[in-house]
Design a binder for this molecule. Structure first.
Ligand SMILES: Cc1cc2nc3c(=O)[nH]c(=O)nc-3n(C[C@H](O)[C@H](O)[C@H](O)COP(=O)(O)OP(=O)(O)OC[C@H]3O[C@@H](n4cnc5c(N)ncnc54)[C@H](O)[C@@H]3O)c2cc1C
Length: 280
């Protein structure tokens, strides 16, 4: 992306580079902020003619607000932060077409863009469609019962993003790392129960909250999610500390405390040694 940005900017001379991102979920929001950070960093690398004013980022969201999976107050806080950076946030805007000149919306409006990024959701690979006669949905996920067994074969369990698991409220479990992790634990217990001819338990998604990093500029999110009556909104420095803390907790889960301690030490050294931006 940085390379593209540099090439386009060199070609367009003094003009701005238009980048359109489709999808105002966490991925689109984080990318919008990161692009502005990248422009700032490129400036430090000596591209003095490059700054945020040469970057015209448009974030397009079909729904009424960005970050639809998070509480509305977090959406508006993130939107204000992005607009403060200079990102054009277009909500209630459905993209119907993309060509070499940019995007076209359902209302027939044109959003000019030299670089377009699709960040509007996931789809499982095509080979999963009707895989082995199993039930699949519109986006090729394998449909499972609440025990995580496929609807057509009790001996097959499915977990993670490729599982379409309906919750008691009728919504599907969201494609999140925390859901995949919880499903893995439930799936293990249910397989053991099946082998021992014991009763399996349903999987219920527990939302522990979400954090969205707006690059170096800010972090927003909610903690506890549906674990408490009202989720706790966090922003700025506190959210950043929680974000980094969570990352380290995940590292400890995978590598253990000693190795994570070493990684933290190496990361600290690399902050001095490594370039702050990958240029290729
Ligand atoms: C940009 C981005 C940011 C995200 N941020 C967050 C976040 O902040 N918090 C959060 O909770 N979730 C986040 N997610 C979602 C999270 O990454 C997923 O929900 C989670 O990784 C799902 O785990 P999984 O094991 O089901 O799938 P994956 O983690 O995608 O693992 C599937 C693996 O299978 C491999 N694979 C695929 N097809 C084949 C094949 N045919 N043969 C062999 N191997 C194959 C893939 O290479 C991959 O390694 C993010 C996702 C993206 C894309």
């Amino acid at each position: 992306m940085n390379n593209q940005f540099l090439k386009l900017h060199a070609r367009s001379g003094e003009g701005a580079v238009d980048i359109a991102i489709v999808g105002g979920g966490a991925t689109g929001v984080e990318l919008s902020a990161e692009l502005h950070n990248a422009a700032r960093e490129l400036n430090i690398y000596g591209y003095s003619e490059l700054d945020s004013s040469k970057l015209n980022v448009t974030l397009v969201e079909a729904g009424p607000r960005i970050l639809p999976a998070l509480p509305p107050r977090i959406s508006s806080s993130a939107q204000s932060e992005l607009m403060g950076l200079g990102v054009n946030v277009k909500t209630a805007t459905m993209v119907v077409k993309a060509d070499e000149t940019g995007l076209t919306t359902k209302d027939g409006d044109k959003i000019p863009a030299q670089i377009m990024v699709w960040a509007a959701g996931i789809k499982a690979p095509d080979f999963l469609k009707d895989f082995g006669g199993l039930e699949t949905n519109r986006i090729n996920q394998l449909v499972v019962k609440n025990t995580l067994q496929t609807t057509r074969d009790d001996s097959i369990f499915v977990i993670g993003d490729c599982a379409a698991c309906e919750q008691p409220d009728g919504k599907l479990v969201p494609p999140r790392a925390q859901a995949a992790h919880q499903m893995a634990s439930r799936c293990f217990k249910n397989i053991v129960a099946q082998v021992a001819s014991l009763e399996m338990k349903p999987y219920i998604y527990k939302d522990h909250g979400s954090l969205v990093s707006l690059s170096q500029f800010s972090t927003v999110g909610s903690l506890m999610g549906n674990l408490t009556k009202g989720s706790m909104m966090v922003e700025g420095r506190l959210a950043r500390v929680v974000y980094i803390g969570l990352y380290r907790v995940h590292q400890i889960a995978i590598h253990g405390i000693f190795k994570t301690g070493l990684m933290m030490f190496v990361d600290r050294i690399n902050r001095v040694l490594r370039p702050s931006l990958k240029l290729h």
